[in-house]
Design a protein around this ligand. Structure first.
Ligand SMILES: Cc1cc2nc3c(=O)[nH]c(=O)nc-3n(C[C@H](O)[C@H](O)[C@H](O)COP(=O)(O)OP(=O)(O)OC[C@H]3O[C@@H](n4cnc5c(N)ncnc54)[C@H](O)[C@@H]3O)c2cc1C
Length: 366
């Protein structure tokens, strides 16, 4: 019997498995082989551009996650021998249209970064810093502390690190939990096997609620595209560039990620309309994108709870730990969620901040 069975090998399941194994637990991961949302994700680590209130619990969690990333990269690269694709690029959060200036300036005053208000920069000042920005960029903020990671590289590194730490990753779909009274004792696969463990970690993304209804989840579709550099061209920008309509994330190895839609839908079809509007909005920010090669279009399903906050922590049912519902921030949050899981498995008292994300809030509300 394992100490821990993790259901789902997305960024959060893999990270939780690696952290738990690193702390000495015997870990098994079950994965059904479907591409995780994490494979599609852009990998922006955006605690200031993506929240609305500086002091909310979610913002505090996001900031903690963002500060954890650089140290985690060192540990993960040492364990895996892989480059994780962490790029301290900084982010330009900009107004791509005149009507976006006022709400963006309010956002900067409300949210700030590193506990200070952000300083508004004119379009001209931003173009001096980043000459690839288009003439429509009317101003914005430079966020020196917001970076990015390549989720595909990070997940490859996590798989390698899991391997080094003795985590067994099984190609299996979990159908149900093994229930023993008020206790979960592992998972039952669609082949009928019982994978038993002291603790079961629910990291199956949006489909976690198909296995247990205690945390209601829904998929939120996101479409995205990847552009490649033709021979002899360099990246059109070096910072992540974001507006209310689109984002552009340049990777040093010559890829530019352009995203992303947010749709209440459960399919992963890429639509012509989404590609058109994302390219239109993104090339308003960075006109030279039009010259790049369209190498990939994709859609993924983000895991969202009814209140949009993650579900992290022990269920009132013994032996069950939730680690899902990270919605638009699962790459950013994966280190803090994984550390929380590893701590719970090791019997440590959870950080007080995590009480805001208890998975039991839904059962209590019902
Ligand atoms: C277009 C787009 C852009 C995004 N950009 C960003 C970004 O820039 N920054 C950021 O922080 N986040 C971003 N996200 C969000 C991020 O991708 C998710 O929050 C994150 O992937 C959630 O991780 P997860 O491990 O919970 O779920 P997933 O990544 O979905 O992984 C869950 C895994 O569990 C497996 N699974 C499901 N059911 C079972 C079962 N019954 N048995 C076994 N395995 C199972 C699935 O197949 C999957 O592999 C983006 C998402 C999208 C779609």
């Amino acid at each position: 019997m394992a100490d821990v069975v993790v259901i789902g090998a997305g960024p959060i399941g893999l990270m939780a498995a690696w952290r738990s194994a690193r702390a000495g637990a015997a870990v098994v991961v079950l994965d059904d082989g479907r591409p995780p949302a994490g494979r599609v994700a852009a990998g922006m680590l955006g605690p200031w551009s993506e929240v609305e209130h500086r002091d909310g619990a979610m913002h505090l969690l996001m900031v903690a996650a963002s500060r954890r990333w650089p140290e985690l990269v060192v540990e993960l690269e040492a364990d895996s021998g892989h480059d994780v694709g962490f790029v301290p690029s900084g982010t330009l959060l900009v107004a791509g249209r005149p009507e976006q200036i006022a709400p963006l300036r309010r956002h900067g005053q409300t949210v700030g970064t590193l506990d200070s208000d952000l300083e508004w920069q004119t379009g001209t000042a931003l173009r001096t810093l980043e000459p690839g920005l288009g003439p429509d960029v009317a101003g914005g903020f430079v966020m020196h502390d917001e970076h990015q990671v390549d989720p595909r590289q990070a997940m490859a590194a996590l798989r390698a690190a899991c391997d080094v730490k003795g985590v067994e990753i099984l190609d299996r779909c979990a159908r149900a939990l093994i229930s023993e009274g008020n206790r979960v004792a592992g998972a039952i696969t669609t082949r009928g096997e019982q994978i038993t463990a002291t603790d079961t970690v629910m990291a199956a993304g949006w489909s976690a609620s198909r296995i247990s209804h205690r945390v209601p989840m829904r998929p939120v579709k996101g479409q995205i595209m990847r552009l490649g550099l033709p021979a002899g061209r360099s990246l059109p920008v070096t910072h992540v560039v974001r507006s209310a309509d689109a984002y552009v994330a340049p990777r040093p190895h010559g890829e530019v990620v352009v995203g992303g839609t947010v749709e209440e839908a459960a399919d992963t079809r890429v639509t012509a309309g989404a590609v058109q509007s994302l390219l239109e909005e993104a090339s308003r920010l960075v006109p030279d994108l039009r010259e790049l090669e369209l190498t990939e279009t994709a859609a993924g399903l983000r895991p969202a709870t009814p209140d949009g906050l993650p579900a992290i922590g022990r269920d009132t049912t013994d032996g069950l730990i939730w680690a899902t519902g990270a919605f638009r921030h699962g790459i950013l949050l994966s280190p803090v969620i994984a550390d929380a899981v590893a701590g719970i498995v090791a019997g440590q008292p959870p950080d007080a901040l995590l009480a805001n994300f208890t998975p039991n809030r839904f059962a209590e509300a019902a």
